[in-house]
Design a protein around this ligand. Sequence first.
Ligand SMILES: [Zn+2]
Length: 665
Amino acid sequence: MIFVSPTDCHIIQFMDSKMLTVLILLSALATCLSVPRRCSPGEAAIGRCRTPAEETQCMEMVLGYCQDVPYSHTTFPNIVGHRSRQDLEMGAEYLLLSVIHALLNGECSPDIRLLGCSVLAPRCQDNRIMKPCHSSCEMVKKSCIHAFEAIQMAWPYFLDCDRFFVGSEEGCYDPLSELREKQEVAFANISDGGIFTILRFTYHTNSQMFSILKKTAAKCPHISQTYSIGRSVEGKDLLVIEFSDNPGQHDLLEPEIKLIGNMHGNEVLGRQLLIYLAQYLCSEYLRGNEQILSIINTTRIHILPSMNPDGYEIAASEGHEYNGWTSGRANAQNLDLNRNFPDLTSIFYNRRRFRHFRSGHIPIPESYWINKVVAPETYAVMKWIRSYPFVISASLHGGELVISYPFDLSRQPQEERMYSPTPDEQIFRQLARTYADAHPTMSNNDTERCGASFASKGGITNGAQWYSFAGGMSDFNYLHSNCYEITVELGCDKFPSEEELYPEWLRNKEALLSFMESVHRGIKGIVKDEHGNGIKGATISVKGMRHDITTAEDGDYWRLLNPGVHIVSVAASGYSKASKRINLPRNIQVRRVDFVLKKVPREPSLDYFNIPELDNYERFDPFNQFEQNSRRELGENGEERTEKPWWWAYFSQLGISAPTWLLQN
Ligand SMILES: [Zn+2]
């Protein structure tokens, strides 16, 4: 038999006659209804809204998402005023705890959940509510508030450290004590706590990957930071870790490079190698490794270990069985991301015979946006390519042991295998060889190697000569931006066993470092006007090569060139042309060549072949396909309102009162 206490509406055991119970229940219910309502998110838990009474009845903790708290008994009403377990489970607060791991990509998990449980299902001991410590709350808030900011979510009201947490003089307890102990043990196992990082040669889940990248950036904050370039179909971050002596900014004349892994979700080795590379760069920099110091001080490196975290999840659920060829190649919309880019190569082939046609900076045709389902992952990477002055890039794949370089699309549509070089064939061959030669087996033709078909070619191939396909990322990089991208096929096994991770890291470490160093090759400099101001968007042409490079924001440029004599000319709309003859000896890695251009009256016909679409380069995404989240629209009363963040759907579909307290402002 149960009895509802008239004072604080909690449930206690009581033995009495049936009739009496009913009467008491009714009167208790009436009293319950007349007690002050529970505190709303905006109110302090004092005064007119009801705070939990001191005397209470402890009950067993049965909440699914709070099973791992360091205590076994809780009570209702809880600290924010939920009257019963059901009341709590129906509420948005508890729902938030149940999805917080997914929302924050595993960051601050389970910390936030345990902290939330200490308020929503508070510790109960000797029939008294125990309150969690203010200091525990502050500590979690300090390290986790940025994760909330990153998804435009307000810090939840029930984790307000000043309202629901108390100091040690009031006898508080630390709800995260057990978690910390566990974490310390785990941390001691994977790290010596100093500058060294022990690489764990196991596969990392998406949340482990996010956590490692963020921890690495936190360990090396003066040379590293993380940023997201967008989200996958299922809402996972496409998280980049950046290394530079000035993270977060472009340094004049410092070339930028990118490394991309896991574009095909089931090709997982590159993803692990890039996670290791990030950890290695950080710890070796701290250790004072000369080679790493030099790379980071002269180069800005952007690493995206997983371009397809949704596909990875499918592949990882199957594991490396099935001969290493698992499902999960495509993204969550079943799109092959390496077929999803605009096919600028066909445009190039159609126009290459025009006398003035140059192969660079071909705009994305409008038909691409109309006819193609553009994956959010593709979109994010295209935007990324356009936002940074990348000079070289490597996309890490698996299934073969070879470096392939553009073009990937055959110059004869009916030919599936046809040598189809770019105007930069020699540059690409050099880039590809840099990686292959630094890899112990890729260029090797006299030992047992997988993918033997490329052994005689030194482990490199023109993409279309291997097999032709349209819509690839490397062709897009070359024809739309200044970036030269190679495709690294790391080995025959797309999903090698974990025992292979360490030897593969050893095989590829030097190759990755050599590739990064190879960006310092050819010429670089600044194109300025007569007053010394950098000119953005000036074109750098090399005689005999029908592919131009453009200057970045501050007029700086990088032109990969092999040793020899080159005639380089520079043009910018509204300026006179300038040319220089440059001798690039073998022993010089990169030579500085600046240009000063004089202002002249604008001559529209100076611009090369007048193809109307060439003016469209700046018009990226004319239909704003992926800008819905930030788009403003008119509300019911005609006032402008901001669209809700993507995670709002978690809460709005479940028929609970909408937790507007999660919205910022
Ligand atoms: Zn692939």
